[in-house]
Design a protein around this ligand. Sequence first.
Ligand code: SAM
Length: 237
Amino acid sequence: MVRQHVNPLSRFFQLPLELPAPAELFAEPDQPIHLDIGCARGRFLLELAQQQPAVNHLGVEIRRPLVSAAEADREALGLGNLRYLFCNANVSLEAWLAALPPGQLELVSVQFPDPWFKKKHHKRRVLQPALLLAIAAALAPGRRLFIQSDVLAVIEPMVALCEASGCFSRPAADARPWRADNPLPLPTERERYVLAQQLPVYRVLYERNEAPLPELQVLEQALEAADNPLDSAPSPA
Ligand SMILES: C[S@@+](CC[C@H](N)C(=O)[O-])C[C@H]1O[C@@H](n2cnc3c(N)ncnc32)[C@H](O)[C@@H]1O
């Protein structure tokens, strides 16, 4: 049985893993890379990799049995432009992103991340300031970060974090606060489920701009403020 949620802060998941470089992952290692964080069973990427053979797709996922099953599907189809890796994105992605050749990372997606509703569990959410900075450092200007969720309480702090970083801008034509549609050609598994229930989906597409990275501490404070809007609101006169 695959557990529904794992605690990414537990000691086991804090052990950093050295993720293989593109040369060890893909048949054509120099192709642009799409990184999907929290890819779960990976069916979205399995289909997308077949639609986009000129892009290398990497899915990372913290639940190992899902990664094994996804890798078995990939191997059965003999896809050289797709890999799934087991890791805690918050622990092991930073070094992998920093080692990428400049300009190779084309797109990062974080789709329907686990919500962790209780406030004391917010630190378990995947898009933490350090990961956002690692993504921003690896994306060249114009390259994209796509986030979506069906939970406002999850997407709003992600948006606050991206915007507080100053490193991301939205395409001028995109509707605000949420994009009208999905810029990717396929829905994820969670997205199919949510759409079938006729629930709303909140989406934002960002493009890396030219701004330098802020300090990690500044971003951490911004996330804290987004999590505690009442603390940062001006007190009534
Ligand atoms: C709700 S699922 C969404 C899966 C998929 N993106 C979709 O839209 O269908 C979120 C996934 O993120 C994974 N996840 C959560 N925290 C993670 C972390 N720190 N590193 C890697 N994966 C993580 C979970 O195990 C889960 O499979």
